[in-house]
Write a protein that binds this ligand. Structure first.
Ligand code: ZN
Length: 62
């Protein structure tokens, strides 16, 4: 048994649990949504910093 990452409910780790490690499709969607929005927020911040430099500059700096 593993705890559902979203609600902490015990999930049986078996092929019968289609949404493992989540307990249900709803919990799976909630977690994926949170992860996606978090990633978008970070990506947005990185994008804003990169916009100042040109791609050529970034390449020669490496
Ligand atoms: Zn859950």
């Amino acid at each position: 048994m593993v705890p559902c990452p979203t609600c902490g409910d015990a999930v049986v780790w078996s092929p019968a649990s289609a949404f493992r490690p989540f307990c249900s499709e709803r919990c799976k969607n909630v977690d994926l949504g949170a992860w996606a929005s978090e990633r978008y927020a970070i990506g947005d911040d990185t994008d804003r910093g990169r916009e100042g430099a040109t791609p050529e500059d970034d390449d020669s700096d490496r």
